[in-house]
Ligand binder design. Structure first.
Ligand SMILES: [Fe+2]
Length: 195
């Protein structure tokens, strides 16, 4: 299940109803779908899309998305850091950023119009929808692995528009347990940033 953290206030939110209640005023949708036994660990992208077709269709009906794909990031991806560096600075998109996490974990940071910056750590089973225009950035957790279904109205809309605000450098991508990244120095030197 997802975890929200408000680093400036030293607070966190883990209870699902509270989590949804916190995100709703910002138009951010959070959901958790069962993933246990849905697809094999070695499933192809096509098998994942097929397995989650009912959920994808429901989201498409709600959000007008017309295409779906699967992004598969592992530490072995060539030029991984270059790819991730596109998304670990504050940016917006012209369309919603919809991600359903099938495997691995990651951490979104959101910079709301008012109120403090907060992070949402997501893991397998978590669905998150950041509305178009939401200021955010994204990092991977330590295992540098994430597999996620993405939904689009049109893929061009997902190009990042950078705000050129260096705010992301003020926040460490803290994840839970073994995924914990201990310091901002590690973030800068060990290539743990993710998109
Ligand atoms: Fe983004």
């Amino acid at each position: 299940m997802a975890v929200i953290r408000l680093p400036d206030l030293n607070q966190s939110i883990t209870e699902p109803a509270a989590l949804r209640g916190f995100l709703a005023p910002l138009g951010i949708q959070y959901d958790h779908w069962p993933v246990e036994g849905r697809v094999a660990a070695t499933a192809t992208s096509e098998e994942i899309l097929l397995a989650y077709a009912p959920e994808i269709q429901a989201l498409n009906a709600r959000g007008g998305y017309i295409t779906a794909d699967v992004i598969d990031v592992t530490p072995d991806v060539p030029n991984l850091q270059t790819m991730l560096d596109r998304f670990n600075q504050e940016h917006t998109h012209a369309e919603d950023e919809v991600r359903f996490i099938v495997k691995g974990s990651g951490i979104f940071f959101v910079h709301p119009p008012s109120g403090p910056v907060f992070s949402i750590e997501v893991e397998a089973g978590d669905l998150i929808n950041l509305p178009a225009g939401t200021k955010h950035w994204f990092d991977l957790c330590r295992e540098r692995t994430i597999r996620a279904i993405r939904l689009f109205r049109e893929k061009a809309g997902w190009t990042p528009t950078y705000t050129n605000d260096p705010i992301a450098s003020s926040y460490e991508p803290l994840c839970l347990g073994p995924a914990y990244i201990p310091s901002g120095k590690a973030r800068l030197t060990s290539g743990l940033n993710l998109a």
